[in-house]
Ligand binder design. Structure first.
Ligand code: N01
Length: 545
């Protein structure tokens, strides 16, 4: 690709994606900085993940009062969430409301993917090419493509022979799917499967769940929001947002009551029972040592296994549904409603494929072990090529024509998760090496966008032409991520955070486990010190060079 090619338009910034990250980036850059911005979005509407994930039961497992933008006091006061955990349609309504309220839609080009982006070293600009053939030159390129947006469909022999319908939770048909009277298979029991399974069981004639690794599922305790509670939160929203911003998880979590190994059994149980009844993920924070000590971890894991045994009538089924091979929290915890009791239904069958894997799909169904299960619909709840998948889906070429995809093949590095050496003026929102979806992702997004916004002010005020992460700073950040992740069980289990779910993907822990507050502090310190770890090249100097 020649960088001297004809361009249709020149702008200050191109943002790829119009989910929560892209919308906020557009608002900050266009409305607060006055930049000329183009946004490209492959979907026909805003909302990103929430535009695509329309599977039955889809909901967010961060509480609605916190899973929302904090940048506008008017917005947070006027918007009315209805349930503790918001449904996909309600989140999408919210995204649409934001797009309308802030006049974002006109600046977004929908139904258009960015195919490639080439860095032009002569002008320190990006030449961005879309699948519609449009070519836009931009000083800055910002990816807002989502961490869990590239669906993973396993390569199973015979899949194309299947005569029924194949669906993926992450690409659910917008017109909905009528499952009534159908024999449905769900493959996968992560967060998506756990939400979809109870709903599909209510609709389908028969549901067969293919489970490879049983998840730990905590009860959501979902309920309509209490107006008094909402009014109370809204009256304190500024303070709450401030503590959320500096928290570890990007949300409000109950404090631990002490060490699982030091508290007596009666105290532990009383608190676990209480938190289980409240629902949500706060039970994970009951003790100080659950995530760092295996013996302490087992206290909570045993408690959940006991709950599974009491919810599921068949002891044999309960045993298959009980995770035994990894500590609780070592795979992302799932929050569900009626998950375990769904397996008591007459029309639900569990197929444990751990020891008898799926070997083929036939015209009629799925073969696991020596049995064929005939179905009409196969729902893949098999997850995503996470964090790097959507960025690598774009052919990005930096200094010297170096491909980002190839650069990241063995080690997807980005300094602060924001910027990769050799790819100047390119910023990732929730990129590899940032807290991103390990915490409340909207809090991550706002932090990233605000930080980029401030950097661009610095760039403007200092007549800077080129911003590039230094390789040494990037290496140090990667070493820091690796070191921090060693303290987490997440990094020691096969899951999407380690790249283990994608055949051939680099096995690198992709996220920053140190928490939102500490991450924010580091980014702020970098900025306050004049953007240490970045090489900032003034316009005149780079023009001479
Ligand atoms: O995907 P996953 P997900 N044959 O990768 C199984 C966010 N999210 O879409 O564990 C058979 O977690 C795989 O088995 P195993 C959230 O961050 C949030 O559910 O690898 N099975 C696993 O059971 C979440 O973590 C929300 O052994 C195969 C499942 O498929 C992330 O998205 C809702 C297989 C994949 O689980 C991803 O969740 C939904 C194969 N070949 C998602 N390949 C909320 O906010 C994979 N599996 C609530």
């Amino acid at each position: 690709m020649t960088t001297a090619q004809e361009v249709d338009q020149t702008v200050d910034a191109v943002v790829i994606g119009a989910g929560f990250a892209g919308m906020y980036a557009l608002h900050r850059l266009r409305d607060d900085l006055g930049l000329d911005v183009r946004v490209f979005e492959r979907g026909s509407g805003v909302g990103g993940t929430w535009f695509w994930n329309r599977y039955p039961g889809a909901r967010c497992d961060v509480e609605s009062m916190y899973y929302s933008y904090s940048f506008s006091e008017d917005l947070e006061q006027e918007w009315q969430w209805t349930e503790r955990y918001p449904t996909q349609p309600e989140i999408l309504d919210y995204a649409n409301h934001v797009a309308d309220r802030f006049g974002l839609r006109d600046t977004i080009t929908f139904d258009t993917s960015v195919d490639r982006a080439d860095f032009d070293e002569g002008s320190n600009t990006w030449v961005v090419t879309t699948d519609a053939g449009e070519v836009v030159r931009a000083k800055f390129l910002i990816t807002a493509v989502g961490c869990l947006s590239t669906s993973q469909l396993p390569a199973i022999d015979g899949l194309s022979d299947f005569t029924g319908r194949i669906l993926h939770t992450g690409q659910w048909p917008h017109e909905g799917v009528d499952l009534e009277g159908k024999r449905v298979a769900v493959i996968g029991t992560g967060s998506s499967g756990v939400q979809a399974i109870p709903e599909i069981a209510r609709q389908a004639q028969h549901l067969t769940v293919f489970q490879r690794t049983p998840p730990f599922v905590l009860p959501a305790g979902n309920r309509p929001l209490d107006p008094e509670n909402v009014a109370d939160i809204k009256s304190r929203y500024r303070d709450i947002r401030e503590s959320v911003k500096n928290s570890v998880a990007g949300t409000i979590v109950e404090y631990p009551i002490g060490s699982a190994l030091e508290l007596d059994e009666e105290t532990r149980r009383r608190e676990l029972d209480r938190r289980w009844a409240v629902g949500g993920s706060d039970i994970m924070a009951t003790f100080t040592d659950t995530s760092v000590n295996l013996e302490a971890n087992a206290v909570l894991a045993d408690y959940v296994r006991e709950r599974i045994a009491s919810d599921v009538k068949s002891p044999d089924l309960a045993a298959h549904l009980s995770p035994q091979t990894y500590p609780i929290g070592a795979k992302r915890i799932c929050i569900g409603t009626d998950y375990y009791t769904t397996y008591n239904r007459e029309n639900v069958t569990l197929v444990d494929i751990r020891n008898s894997p799926i070997t083929a799909v036939t015209a009629q169904g799925i073969v696991a072990g020596d049995e064929e299960h005939e179905v009409d619909v196969i729902v893949f709840a098999t997850g995503y090529d996470a964090v790097t998948g959507a960025i690598n889906g774009i052919d990005i070429n930096g200094v010297g024509g170096r491909s980002l995809r190839e650069t990241w093949e063995t080690n997807p590095q980005a300094y602060l998760g924001l910027s990769s050496a050799g790819f100047p003026n390119l910023f990732f929102i929730t990129g590899p090496g940032s807290p991103s979806v390990l915490v409340n992702v909207i809090v991550s997004i706002e932090q990233h966008v605000d930080w980029i916004h401030d950097l661009l002010i610095h760039v403007r005020d200092n007549n800077i032409d080129r911003v590039e992460a230094q390789p040494a700073a990037q290496d140090d950040w990667s070493a820091h991520i690796a070191e921090r992740s060693q303290s987490s069980f997440l990094s020691k289990t096969a899951n999407w955070q380690t790249g283990a779910n994608i055949p051939g993907k680099a096995q690198v822990f992709l996220l920053y486990v140190g928490g939102m507050g500490p991450y924010r502090k580091t980014c702020d310190e970098v900025a306050a010190a004049g953007y240490t770890g970045f090489t900032l090249t003034p316009a005149r100097q780079s023009a001479i060079a």
